[in-house]
Design a protein around this ligand. Structure first.
Ligand SMILES: Nc1ncnc2c1ncn2[C@@H]1O[C@H](COP(=O)(O)OP(=O)(O)O)[C@@H](O)[C@H]1O
Ligand SMILES: [Mg+2]
Length: 306
C-alpha cells in the first residue's frame, strides 16, 4: 500500500486564510459557488435534506430518494486559467463555515504518474480511495460527520479520457475504471468524502465519469463585466484611471481574429508584466498597461488534438 505522502500533496485543513481569500477573489463564479455550497453540504450531511423536507413539506418527500444514490463527484471542465483549480481547492473554506466543521483537502499526486507502468496508476488510484475510505469512516461519527474530506483530482485529462480517445492513443483504460470503482464505493459507504475532478478536455471526458457526476461545472473565459471586475481588483492601488480600465476591458476581449483573455491571462500575465515593466524605477503607467494589452496574445483556446 502506497503511503499517504506518495499519494497526496500535504493535506490542508480548511478554512484557512490564504484559500479563503482566494475563494473570495474569484470573480463571476457566484452561481457556481452557490450551487456547489448546496450540493456539497448535502453530500457531506444528507440529514440536512431530511430536515428541510420535514420543515417545509411535513416529512416524507419522494424526491429525497433521488438524492440518496448520487455519487459524491463534481466535475470541473472548461478553459485553462478559468478558476477550476482555484475553486476546487478553496470552496472547502465556504463549506467548513457553512457546516461549522473542519474540511480536509486532499490533492491527488497525479502529475508524477502519467507515464507510469501499466497498472501503476490503477494501483495508486485504488490506494488513494482506500485511504480516503479509512479517513472518511473516522470522520463519520454516530451523530453525523465530524469533518468532511475533499479529494481534488486535478489535471485529470489523461486518465478520464473516453474509451475511444484512449484506444486512439493505445493507452490503458484501467485508470478510469479504478476511479469509477472508487467513486462508487464512496457513494455506497455514506461517508463525508467529496471528489472534485478537474479537466480541460470537455469533449474527451469518459461518459461513465460524466454520468456519475452529481454536477458538472463548465468554466469559461471572462465576459466584459468579469474582465472589468478582475482588472479593477488586480490593479487596485496603482492609481489607474477608470477610462484606462475600460479600454483594457475592450483590448482584452475577443475580436474578429482572436479569442479574449482568460482569467489567468489577466491576473498572471498582463498585470504582473505591467508591474515588472515598471519595477524598479517608475510607477505603473496607464499607457504601458494599454501597450502591453495590445501586445500580449491570449492563451490559445484548448482544442482536442484527436
Ligand atoms: N474566476 C476568476 N476570478 C478571478 N481570478 C481568476 C478566476 N479564474 C482564474 N483566476 C486567476 O487565474 C489563476 C489560475 O486559475 P486556475 O484555477 O489555476 O485555472 P484552471 O485550473 O482553470 O486552469 C488563479 O489563481 C487566479 O489568479
Ligand atoms: Mg488547473
Amino acid at each position: 500500500m502506497t503511503s499517504q505522502d506518495d499519494l497526496f500533496h500535504p493535506v490542508i485543513e480548511l478554512p484557512e486564510a490564504v484559500r479563503r481569500a482566494r475563494y473570495n477573489r474569484l470573480v463571476g463564479l457566484d452561481s457556481m459557488k452557490a450551487r456547489l455550497r448546496k450540493e456539497a453540504a448535502l453530500l457531506a450531511d444528507p440529514r440536512l435534506l431530511q430536515a428541510w423536507a420535514s420543515r417545509h413539506h411535513g416529512g416524507d418527500v419522494a424526491a429525497l430518494a433521488l438524492f440518496a444514490d448520487r455519487s459524491p463527484l463534481f466535475v470541473f471542465t472548461g478553459d485553462v486559467g478559468s478558476g477550476k483549480s482555484a475553486l476546487a481547492e478553496s470552496f472547502g473554506c465556504d463549506l467548513a463555515d457553512q457546516l461549522d466543521l473542519p474540511v480536509f483537502l486532499y490533492r491527488l499526486k497525479l502529475a508524477t504518474r502519467g507515464s507510469g507502468l501499466v497498472g501503476e496508476m490503477t494501483a495508486l488510484i485504488g490506494d488513494a480511495f482506500t485511504h480516503l475510505h479509512a479517513e472518511g469512516r473516522r470522520a463519520q461519527g454516530p451523530r453525523g460527520a465530524n469533518s468532511v474530506l475533499i479529494l481534488v483530482v486535478d489535471e485529470a485529462d489523461a486518465f478520464v479520457q473516453s474509451r475511444e480517445a484512449q484506444q486512439m492513443h493505445h493507452e490503458d483504460r484501467a485508470g478510469v475504471d479504478a476511479f469509477l470503482a472508487g467513486i462508487d464505493s464512496l457513494a455506497s459507504a455514506k461517508i463525508p468524502v467529496i471528489v472534485v475532478l478537474c479537466t480541460n478536455r470537455v469533449g474527451a471526458l469518459d461518459p461513465a465519469v460524466m454520468r456519475r457526476a452529481a454536477a458538472t461545472f463548465t468554466f469559461t473565459r471572462p465576459d466584459t463585466q468579469q474582465r472589468h471586475a478582475v482588472l479593477t481588483q488586480a490593479l487596485d492601488g496603482l492609481a489607474i484611471r477608470p477610462e484606462t480600465i475600460d479600454k483594457l476591458v475592450v483590448l482584452t476581449g475577443p475580436s474578429t481574429d482572436r479569442s479574449g483573455y482568460t482569467f489567468s491571462d489577466l491576473t498572471q500575465r498582463l498585470v504582473p508584466a505591467a508591474v515588472l515593466h515598471a519595477f524598479p524605477d517608475h510607477p505603473v503607467r496607464d499607457e504601458d498597461l494599454l501597450a502591453l494589452a495590445e501586445q500580449l496574445e491570449p492563451s490559445p483556446v484548448f482544442t482536442e488534438e484527436h
